[in-house]
Design a protein around this ligand. Structure first.
Ligand code: HEM
Length: 435
């Protein structure tokens, strides 16, 4: 591990960590929400408290918004760009030391499309976008169904299981691995890397967590070098092969894209499926409604995304001095956007804490963000969510929690790492699906 990595941690994570922890100890709800000591299971009471304070809230670290209309407006406003960790106000010498230790290509640093602005953003997103159009995703439908059924077949009828590791994580990892041309037997590797690297989306993580993430990044880099070399020799029918043959992206950009698609492809959808199971088990009347009217499943998935957003937050940085909602923001100021907060804004969603699979405007949630960075995999995630949840509850109609599911200790990504369930008797092996 390069010693300069420590300076990188200090400037990007250590400094905000100190501020957040100090503020959290003083009882600042924003600091507690952002991770405080040890993370929190239920962010929603804090979100409501903060929403009540101001539409555009000045916090100890940045600005913050919990309002649907304002969040959406900022996401669509070209005066804002995407946050890079450098945007935090840290002393220049520290930042320069950190910059002397460039990282291997990864999802959270340029040239990953997630963290770059136009025109580079357009150049990175365009070559990949055609693989994720609703039409392209519709072609994957059968594959999603088959993978889901195989995973359900492998669950022990009338037994117990950890639903996250045995099912919720496996559906999306299987699909994105195939789309990127990775061998099936490497899936556990990706799950391990994902687990260690997702904390990088948070602010104020510990040096130990940061170091573990960077170690995984280095291993993943070597893996991707070998993968790209293999596809050059022997291209397949997958997105990575197409990107490699097109020759538009250099190897560094190819690896950044592959690592983003891999991470975004399963680290979020696992939470959609897990959060959905918990919501449905907690609301048996809604599950009964879905059993009677299965055509409601797509809307039920929108409602799961709304009420318990798998990605809780994103951020934007002012690219110029500007005025917003009566406040003056300086160039470089960061605004944290609570997607989870926007999704429970009572001005848009009536009785927002109620889980209602028939909610007419559930789809207005911001869980997939908005504007130019709107989630590229939204159609795929929706399809996986619908098939996985519907097939699971059809196969195991008596599914029940067997103990308390455990949340992941993360702030940005919101889902479960462990969900002990009693499956009950399997109803049938396969039912052709119509949604
Ligand atoms: C429930 C599942 C998912 C959720 C909640 C989700 C959420 C998001 C959000 C909130 C963003 C934008 C962040 C921002 O504006 O700063 C995003 C971007 C992105 N997502 Fe997803 N995502 C999901 C699944 C997927 C899947 C399955 C894929 C692909 C296989 C994917 C690929 C991407 C990519 C490539 C971006 C970057 C787009 C850009 O910056 O232009 N996502 N996602």
């Amino acid at each position: 591990m390069k010693p300069q990595y420590w300076f990188r941690w200090l400037s990007q994570q250590g400094a905000p960590r100190f501020v957040l922890r100090t503020q959290a100890r003083r009882g600042d709800p924003f600091a507690v929400l952002m991770g405080g000591p040890g993370g929190i299971d239920d962010p929603y009471p804090l979100i409501e408290e903060l929403r009540g304070r101001d539409r555009l809230l000045r916090t100890s670290l940045s600005w913050a918004v919990f309002d649907h209309e304002l969040s959406r407006a900022i996401l669509r406003d070209s005066r804002f760009g995407v946050r890079t960790p450098e945007s935090f106000d840290v002393p220049k010498p520290l930042r320069m030391l950190a910059q002397r230790s460039p990282l291997p290509p990864n999802p959270v640093e340029p040239p990953s499309m997630l963290v770059i602005d136009p025109p580079q953003h357009t150049a990175m997103r365009k070559p990949v976008a055609s693989a994720f159009t609703p039409r392209a995703v519709a072609k994957l439908r059968e594959r999603v169904e088959t993978v889901t059924e195989e995973l359900l077949d492998a669950l022990p009828s009338d037994g117990s299981a950890d639903l996250v590791s045995a099912f919720a994580a496996q559906v999306p990892i299987a699909i994105i691995s195939e789309m990127l041309g990775f061998p099936d037997e490497d899936r556990d590797l990706f799950l391990g890397w994902g687990d260690r690297m997702t904390p990088l989306l948070d602010v104020g993580i510990s040096w130990r967590t940061h170091r573990r993430a960077l170690e995984s990044m280095e291993v993943m880099n070597e893996y991707l070098d070998a993968h790209i070399a293999r596809l050059r020799r022997n291209p397949g029918d997958d997105i990575m092969s197409a990107l490699v043959s097109a020759g538009e992206l250099d190897d560094y950009a190819l690896k950044a894209t592959a690592s983003l698609l891999m991470g975004a492809g399963f680290e979020t959808t696992v939470n959609l499926i897990g959060n959905g199971v918990v919501q449905l088990l907690a609301n048996p009347d809604q599950l009964d409604r879905l059993r009677a009217e299965p055509e409601l499943w797509p809307n039920a998935v929108e409602e799961v995304l709304r009420i318990d957003s798998p990605v809780q937050t994103t951020a934007r940085t002012a690219l110029e001095d500007l005025e917003l909602d009566g406040e003056r923001l300086r160039r470089g100021h960061t605004v944290v956007l609570s997607l989870a907060g926007a999704n429970r804004d009572p001005k848009v969603f009536a009785d927002p804490d109620r889980f209602d699979v028939t909610r007419a405007n559930a789809k207005e949630h911001l869980s997939f963000s908005n504007g130019i960075h709107v989630c590229l995999g939204a159609s795929l995630a929706r399809m996986e969510g619908v098939y996985a949840l519907r097939a699971l509850f059809e196969r195991f109609p008596d599914l029940a929690l067997e103990g308390t599911p455990r949340r992941r200790r993360l702030f940005t990504l919101h889902g479960y790492e462990h969900m002990p369930v009693r499956l009950g008797r399997a109803a049938h092996a396969k039912q052709p699906s119509s949604v």
